[in-house]
Design a protein around this ligand. Structure first.
Ligand code: FAD
Length: 472
């Protein structure tokens, strides 16, 4: 799968290059590829950022090799793009012209498991689903979960501070990480492999790298916090007549169901499109403006409690209709609308995919105004609203848009409205390359200057992920 045949992809892939030869000497020939098909496979993440084949791909097998590769590239004045599972939606892992892709795919060892303390030590390239299955088999649970679980890597999840379906209960990736090891652009390994929950020994440096999207260093190892196995889950789908009902229901569930782990909101246009695409039946006989997908996770069965809370919510006219899953298969069917997002993303390409954060009291008016504005301006495109309501994260999938100028107009329109509402332009997918022009709408001049100062401190020669988060 991995060889050194001269590349035939777009742009030259010269293996005569002195840097290439030095990397081969330091790491071994089987750690590099300039093969056209391999370069093509590394030309883009899941976003609509234009595909660019990297000059070559480096696939180190250990943290030390990652550090050595960085040291080498820096000393030759080269540029590296870090690639995890390449499921990012902000173009961060998509190469820019001339960049060398450094893939973490071979750093895939689960190194240690601490049964007593409930922690696991992993390398950055372990896919999220592999980690979830590993700890579940040992009677523990790793709470981060998202649709791309089969391909995204735990290092990529930390680099993007991924959120996902269970943030309402467990928080984002930031809250799951106890320790990190990072390869810095100067070729050193910065070890912060803390394993204890409470640690107040000065500045929490690891947090600088979580959510930094690979701009300050490459995450190579992580210590993750686990929770005891939560084997029982209950799932329900509720229909609501308006957004106020949704917020009242969320409050009820938070008070009455300590196991509440997901509260996914889907507007009618989203569920209609998801049902049409997947061939699923409509969730209820009547169509409603809003649907909430609810999940609880517990050691014991709490479906009776969920049913009681929902019965009262029906009596109090907080929900218009509700169905509680009666089996695992039924739960899977209820989730299929929300899980259709991957297919919808593909179907609406080239699209604008937004994941904005909004104050809860602005959410309903924002959606109503945006739906009307976008429908009027771009009647030929589809606009779908959904989100992780429990944490104020709203997704909007809008497309297709065939030309870049229109796409830019749509983005400007949405991001300006987000700024006016006091929100942020990314709740979880990050800034990558696609959102750098809009970052000043979400962060102050002082914050941007501090980010630039940190970049200059860790990466003065601008080796790593240049042009991500901050403009090139
Ligand atoms: P990549 O795409 O490879 O990289 C993402 C960024 O991190 C890039 O800038 C890259 O350079 C950098 N990077 C990657 N690995 C490292 C590393 N080891 N060290 C330093 N930098 C690194 N995201 C959510 O938050 N919530 C969701 O619910 C969600 N759902 C999704 C559903 C689908 C179907 C898809 C396709 C994506 C979804 N995403 C979601 C986005 C994506 O899965 C996440 O951003 C994920 O965390 C990216 O991980 P990755 O390994 O694929 O990273």
């Amino acid at each position: 799968e991995f060889n050194n045949a001269a590349g035939q992809g777009d742009g030259p892939a010269s293996t005569d290059d002195a840097l290439y030869r030095t990397l081969v000497e330091r790491l071994g020939a089987d750690r590099l590829s300039s093969d056209a098909s391999v370069r093509d496979a590394h030309a883009s993440d899941w976003s609509d950022a234009p595909r660019v084949a990297p000059a070559w791909i480096v696939m180190p097998r250990s943290p030390q090799e990652v550090a050595a590769a960085l040291d080498c590239v820096r000393s030759f004045g080269g540029h590296v793009v870090v690639q995890g599972g390449m499921t990012g939606l902000a173009g961060g892992a998509t190469p820019r012209e001339g960049e060398i892709a450094l893939s973490l795919a071979r750093l895939d060892a689960i190194e240690a498991f601490d049964e007593a303390g409930g922690t696991v030590t992993v390398q950055a390239g372990v896919p999220l689903a592999t980690l979830q299955q590993y700890v579940e088999a040992a009677g523990w649970f790793f709470p981060l979960d998202l649709g791309a679980r089969g391909s995204c890597q735990i290092g990529g999840n930390a680099a993007t501070n991924a959120g996902g379906n269970r943030v309402v209960r467990f928080g984002t990736m930031r809250e799951q990480v106890l320790g990190l090891e990072v390869a810095l652009p100067d070729g050193t390994l910065l070890s912060m492999m803390n394993r204890v929950q409470k640690n107040t020994t000065g500045i929490d440096l690891k947090q600088l790298f979580i959510g930094a999207e690979g701009t300050l260093g490459i995450i190579v190892r992580l210590v993750l916090k686990l929770v005891p196995a939560l084997e029982r889950s209950s799932t329900a789908l509720c229909a609501m007549r308006d957004f106020e009902q949704a917020t009242r229901l969320l409050k009820r569930l938070r008070a009455g169901l300590p196991g509440l782990s997901s509260f996914e909101l889907m507007w009618q246009d989203f569920t209609d499109a998801a049902a049409q695409l997947t061939g699923a039946r409509a969730p209820f006989d009547t169509r409603y403006p809003l649907y909430a997908l609810i999940e609880t996770l517990n050691a014991d069965d709490d479906s009776a409690v969920l049913e009681r809370v929902l019965t009262r919510a029906l009596e109090d006219e907080i929900v218009a209709d509700a169905v509680v899953a009666q089996s695992l298969e039924h739960a899977r069917q209820l989730w299929q609308y929300r899980e259709a997002v991957g297919e919808l993303l593909a179907a609406l390409k080239p699209h604008a995919a937004f994941d904005v954060g909004l104050p809860m009291e602005k959410m309903a008016s924002f959606v109503a105004n945006m739906r009307a504005t976008l429908a009027a301006r771009y009647p030929d495109s589809t606009h779908l609203f959904f989100g992780h309501l429990g944490d104020g994260n709203l997704h909007l999938l809008s497309g297709p848009y065939r030309d870049a100028a229109t796409l830019h107009d749509v983005e400007t329109c949405v991001y300006r409205a987000v700024a006016r509402a006091g929100g942020c332009i990314s709740g979880e997918h990050g800034i990558g390359v696609l959102k750098t022009p809009y970052l000043p709408l979400s962060r102050s001049a002082g914050e941007l200057a501090t980010m630039r100062a940190l970049k200059a401190l860790f990466d003065p020669q601008r080796v790593l992920n240049v042009g991500r988060i901050l403009d090139a």
